[in-house]
Design a protein around this ligand. Sequence first.
Ligand code: TEU
Ligand code: CA
Length: 571
Amino acid sequence: NPRHDWWKQSVVYQIYPRSFQDTNGDGIGDLPGITSRLDHLQQLGVDVVWLSPIYASPQDDNGYDISDYRNVAPEFGTMADFDAMLAGMHARGIKLMMDLVVNHSSDEHEWFRQARSSRDNPYHDHYIWRDPKPDGSPPTNWEAAFNGSVWEWNEPTGEYYLHMFSRKQPDLNWENPALRAEVYDVMRFWLDKGVDGFRMDVINMISKPWNADGSLPDAPVVREGFLQPSFPMTCNGPRLLEFLREMREQVLDHYDTITVGEAPLATITQGRELTNPETGALNMLFQFEHMDLDSVGGTVGGKWAFKPLDLRDLKATMTRWQEALAGQGWNSLYLSNHDQPRPVSRFGDDGRYRVESAKMLAIFLHGMQGTPYVYQGEELGMTNLPFASIDDCRDIETLNFYREAVIQRGESPAQTLAAIRRKGRDNARTPMQWTAGPQAGFTGGTPWIGVNPNSVEINAEQAYADPDSVFHHYRRLIELRRRYPVFVHGRYAQLLPEHRQLDVYTRTLGDQVLLVLCNFSAEAQAFNWPAALARDAAELLLGNLGGLLPSGEPAPESLLRPWEARLYLTR
Ligand code: TEU
Ligand code: CA
């Protein structure tokens, strides 16, 4: 609802429940664990929680494979635990956004059990079925996100079903109005319970393309002799906007919600289209362009092949999205989530300058226009974990990649593991580091995935006590956003597009100008105060280094120290 745009002023905190806080010693985070840690969120000052899936699930993809959309997985707790958690959040003025995973369900969902039993079962058409090609091969040449073909044979009906992710995640058939009605019912179920919105998993994939004869088209061949990238075929299907508009009319327009659609391969055209307040359907998207800059092939088949980040690319991408959606839609701002490596390890320096660079990245991100997302542990400057062996990894994407690379293609285990250490999703999924004690205070039992040994230094208890911690820096940054409307409404301008180490941009609202200075390097960088801005009138709102050099001299203003960031307000 465009009239209630509180979501533009909000900061969202993502909780990955499996790794947040365990309370019963089974090594798995749970809902009572979240309830027990709400003070942490309140201290930080966040407005909204995005909770990764907590629904009933065989956990093939850690809950992104749902077998019952209306129940809580027993390892996370009960519906009563959920209600208590929601009440606890609301009592603190924190809203809750659920993860809506409706591009696919689990193959253990009752709909799919029915659907696969016979071609004339009433649920058959809830999923996407095709006959083999005349030569008996699968219907298309598409590769699934977690390796192998997107097509899996179903003996009882003599057909293939489509799964863009694992074979335990069959894609739902949005062409079927009965399926769409079921999804809207599920959404109303949670909204009527009082939840405040949804993060929608790969929502731009729900409309599949078709040929005139109803078959699905093959993907263009970019890798001779292999399966082909399939995301480009499904991430902007012909009926996408129509389906989402229908969802808006049927459900979202009747509640006061926050919505963000996860949208791999989203272009600014799609961003404008889907987030336009009048003609679109969602408040904002998670676009992926900035997540793809440090790999050779981007989202399409290349995430594991590393390429060093060129800061000019990062600025160009962010600037394009900032400018494209200004006044026409809305941006999400994120560097981190449960699918990405830790930002301080990826874009900063997780050794000597860990604290400095984590704070710099926070200023870089929160200074821009959009709704910022903080992923659990980011506010502590948590780092990647250098997994010693594949046995330490749990993620289906990682395990499948390793199996295919090492066992099927005979690639070097050491090199494969190096790629996993850099990009694997488990980096973000190690337990939240609460204390310096055993298992970082996450569990009294054996955690489902190893705790990072650096929890003895990096943990919430330490961060609360240290006024210069990454945590308090995030807290101040969030407070500033609340105080100054220029953070929300200011118009963005990039000042140094060609600089290889510095990002300098402004945000302007009336006569207020926010000036953001970020040094993305371990070397001091000279910079000139922008001629158009009155230095005398500028107030330093927040920096990540003190005002003094180790010698006790005041730090020179025209030099940004290693990983330094400053946020000025002039008026
Ligand atoms: O992710 C979809 C997605 O396109 C990626 O970020 C994906 O995880 C990719 O493989 C990363 O390398 C969403 C969820 O966030 C992810 O956790 C799920 O595994 C996926 O959908 C399927 O539900
Ligand atoms: Ca537990």
